[in-house]
Design a protein around this ligand. Structure first.
Ligand SMILES: Cc1ncc(COP(=O)(O)O)c(C=O)c1O
Length: 381
């Protein structure tokens, strides 16, 4: 296993993506979920080859994308996917929105579990649904699904539940037992579950990811949305996939308005196929690199910023930091940006329960991470 390199800061600043173009150069950007590592070599090769050939036309995702994803899911998680039940979509957001459109009518309640990825709060109203919040529950070992509260919500027959598995921003990998209970409830109360599994390949050493569709009985009630984009840093290329395993959910997908796979990025399809078929070795290096940054962050917080508390994430490269020590009136994200020149995400973006928190992206170099925490520590009253 080898540690992935990060280019010097001056070189990173030449990138033109949101991470590097949102703030001035004196700010360290640890906010949006983009990584600072280079691309996996098979992805670079596929994209370079496409440029060399002038291969920039419309996408043709079938059947290669489904086959590549099925191979990856089988090797990584023992998840048997039928490539014929894989539908390419522009991105995970589009996949979830189209599923909500197909599953709900205007005004229907849709359940989500904050603190959760902020666009969940946009996707539901975009399809004219009504958000019902069933927050995660929390104890000393961290956050988990509140299955009792979910049962109470499911008993009111919402039109859908949108699950984040693994869960951004808290980094929780829901256990097979928790997901089995979720599926039992979904079947009992007939609530379709949309499982956003974009962070699944970023499950870190020590945790085991369970694809929702591998849970017995899930095929009838659940649909999964996956992508290579988070783990392989391909968000700008626009390619994700909706996966079903039963006829009822396949029928829901068949009601998508237009041929959704025509709206996918061709380069995204090519890069995703390369990642899924040839990316395992690079991904293993990424996960061990991220595990190193996670433990480095723990050391840095302990030594320099003990006022902030956290539970190290089981997946993702995102740290959910409790900065409520700054006081009720402070917005910690603004505090660290203004006083420390470190850009983080505000916890309130993930729901009101995120008040007092910030989300920090640690997919960077040891040096940048040290600089960021040192800057943050220097701002503490
Ligand atoms: C849980 C979750 N879902 C979806 C996305 C966005 O995916 P996409 O860019 O494919 O819409 C992210 C991005 O970080 C995410 O964390």
């Amino acid at each position: 296993m080898s540690e992935l390199d990060v280019a010097p800061l001056a070189e990173l600043r030449r990138r033109r993506s949101a991470k590097w173009r949102t703030f001035p150069d004196d700010v360290l950007p640890l906010f949006v979920a983009e990584m600072d590592y280079g691309l996996a070599p098979p992805v670079t090769a596929a994209l370079t080859e496409a440029v060399r050939r002038g291969d920039m036309g419309y996408p043709a995702s079938t059947p290669e994308l489904g086959k590549a994803l099925a191979g990856f899911a089988g090797r990584q998680w023992g998840w048997e996917i039928d490539p014929g039940r894989v539908t390419a979509v522009t991105d995970v957001g589009v996949g979830v929105v189209e599923l909500l459109r197909a599953l709900t009518r205007p005004g229907d309640p849709v359940v989500i579990s904050p603190p959760v990825y902020s666009p969940f709060f946009d996707w539901v109203p975009e399809t004219r649904g009504r958000i019902v919040e069933v927050p995660l529950t929390r104890d000393d070992s961290g956050y988990r699904l509140d299955l009792a509260a979910l049962e109470a919500a499911f008993a009111t027959h919402p039109a859908a539940y949108v699950l984040c598995n693994p869960h951004n921003p808290v980094g929780r990998v829901h256990t097979a037992g928790e997901l089995a209970e979720l599926v039992r409830l979904a079947r009992l109360y007939r609530v379709p579950v949309i499982s956003d599994e974009i962070h699944a390949p970023l499950t870190l050493p020590g945790a085991v990811f369970t694809p929702l569709l591998t849970v017995p009985g899930a095929a009838e009630v659940a649909v999964s949305v996956v992508s290579a984009s988070k783990a392989f840093n391909l968000a700008g290329l626009k390619c994700a996939a909706v996966v079903t395993a039963g006829s009822r959910m396949a029928e829901v997908v068949s009601r998508f308005p237009a041929d959704p796979d025509d709206r996918v990025g061709h380069l995204g399809v090519l890069a995703s196929i390369a990642a899924f078929t040839e990316g395992d070795a690079w991904l293993a290096d990424l996960l061990s690199t991220l595990a190193g940054r996670r433990s480095q962050l723990g050391d840095l917080l302990r030594d320099h910023l003990p006022q902030l508390s956290w539970t190290p994430p089981e997946a993702t490269y995102l740290a959910w930091l409790d900065a409520s020590v700054l006081g009720r009136d402070a917005e910690p994200r603004d505090h660290f940006l203004t006083k420390g020149r470190v850009a983080l995400e505000a916890g309130t973006r993930y729901g009101a329960v995120g008040s007092g928190y910030v989300r920090l992206n640690f997919a960077t170099s040891p040096e940048i991470l040290t600089d960021a925490v040192t800057r943050m520590a220097a701002t503490m009253p």
